[in-house]
Design a protein around this ligand. Sequence first.
Ligand code: ADP
Length: 252
Amino acid sequence: MIPDGLLLWHKDGIAYVMNEKTNAWIQVRELSRTFTNGEVETRALRGITFEMVPGEFLAVTGPSGGGKSTLLHILGLRDRGTGGSVRLLDRELATLGNRERTLLRRKLGCIDQNAGLVGELSVYENVELPLVFLGMKRKERRKRVEELLDRLKLSHRLHHRPAQLSGGQQQRIAFARAIASRPELLLADEPTGNLDSANRVLLMDLLSDFNRQGGSIVMVTHSAKDASYAHRILHLNDGSLLSENQAQHLHP
Ligand code: ADP
């Protein structure tokens, strides 16, 4: 028997229960974003409202130009809305100064469809980079990076340059870099967009593992299969939220 006010969902045979009242952790209210270029106004987001609880895996789908990346950029503190409000990890974004935005950004990890690795650095150094920015000690960094790359079965590639690796391997390294700082929230923009189906499944399994271990994810995707890994799917079209569904389980 589930008490009132608790939210329940099932994933992989596990029941997840969250207190809806106290744990609304991302709260987006009437969020809009209008771009103005000279005379031309583009309403990329037209007042969207949704919530997300910690530990949730949310997919955002919809046609190109629908506002998905704009939403992700705002949640990733790379852009600001022009109307409405966003509470992220329990902080109201509009009230934050630059320093507080920087501190909050450290709790986020980002991955998009281009791995975006630094070509001059080795695999090891790429994954280590965010930990250097966090001021972590060298010994601690080494332990963290080696463990992570070992888990991703990339230990034998530590000293390679990104260009010496396949697209699938590069994207797994980008994932390692995104979660190296153990972010509370992972923002993924078409993370499998450039991958073949075998590498797509590998990467989605890694995202699912991160989520099972407690990390929250907002993932933009065009793929119904990828969206099926999520707990919930938001459909955005022309800047508006069309519907919210529980994910169907399409993946093996
Ligand atoms: P999606 O990710 O769903 O493809 P986007 O969020 O990238 O959609 O874009 C939504 C709309 O906003 C599009 O019409 C796009 O052209 C416009 N847009 C996005 N970024 C900018 C920008 N920096 N300047 C002007 N228009 C933009």
